[in-house]
Design a protein around this ligand. Structure first.
Ligand SMILES: NC(=O)CC[C@H](N)C(=O)O
Length: 227
């Protein structure tokens, strides 16, 4: 099992993701510079948080045109796993791999905090190690985390159980308090909160580790299949 972390100019959570996968989860993991076009080897691709290309235009709007993202689309189309965290979530919506968009926080301020999330669907490769409806505390740090989507798509997403995490107290104005969603195939997850910042006891919070455990359990075949 091998994880690949795509690194763009301006990514700044790549090292945290590497650390949690390598040192905490003891898995094989490699950094992948954004101009690489050979990602066949990886079982799960991580798009880390940060400020890719300085967040000019819209967050993620430039990163979506990278060579690596062309390959991520092929990887996702095969049903392989993609985890986009914060800026990674923004890139996934810009690339059309997830519906909707992330716009500026309702109060127009960058928010850095730890927030309570509800795990809405545990029947996915990313959440199978959590309990149904479990409340977890995960850090957020974003200026554009306000999730928007049209009503028809939102209804479809609800019907398909694509909303995986919601905020208990909506910090940024996201529609339906959405903090994380997956695609219809359940193999692509985008979330604004940072599970890698809550990945071990040393940090005082390990609530995020369940996401990495879930992915590993899924890849090892010990959990339910992606639908
Ligand atoms: N932590 C992050 O990935 C931040 C994402 C993006 N730069 C924002 O401010 O919304």
């Amino acid at each position: 099992m091998k994880f690949g972390i795509i690194v763009f100019p301006g990514s700044n959570c790549d090292i945290d993701c590497y650390h949690v996968l390598k040192d905490v989860m003891k898995k094989d993991v490699e950094y992948v510079w954004h101009d690489r076009d050979d990602i066949d080897d990886f079982d799960c691709i991580v798009l880390p948080g940060g400020f890719s290309y300085g967040d000019y235009l819209r967050c993620g709007a430039v990163a979506q045109f990278s060579k690596a993202m062309e390959q991520v689309k092929i990887h996702a189309a095969k049903g392989k796993l993609v985890l986009g965290i914060c800026n990674g979530f923004q890139i996934l919506t810009e690339a059309g791999l997830l519906p909707g968009a992330l716009v500026r926080n309702q109060k127009l301020k960058f928010i850095c905090d730890t927030v309570a999330l509800k795990v809405e669907n545990i029947d996915t490769p990313f959440t199978n190690c959590y309990g149904a409806g479990e409340i977890i505390n995960i850090p957020i740090a974003h200026g554009e985390g306000n999730y928007v989507v049209d009503e028809t798509t939102l209804e479809e997403m609800k019907k398909n159980q694509q909303i995986l995490f919601t905020y208990q107290e909506n910090p940024n104005g996201s529609i339906s308090a959405i903090a994380g969603i997956c695609n219809e195939g359940k193999n692509v997850l985008g979330m604004m909160p940072h599970p890698e910042r809550a990945g071990e006891g040393l940090l005082g919070n390990s609530d995020g580790i369940g996401i990495f455990q879930s992915i590993i359990a899924y890849l090892e075949g010990g959990s339910k299949d992606a639908k």
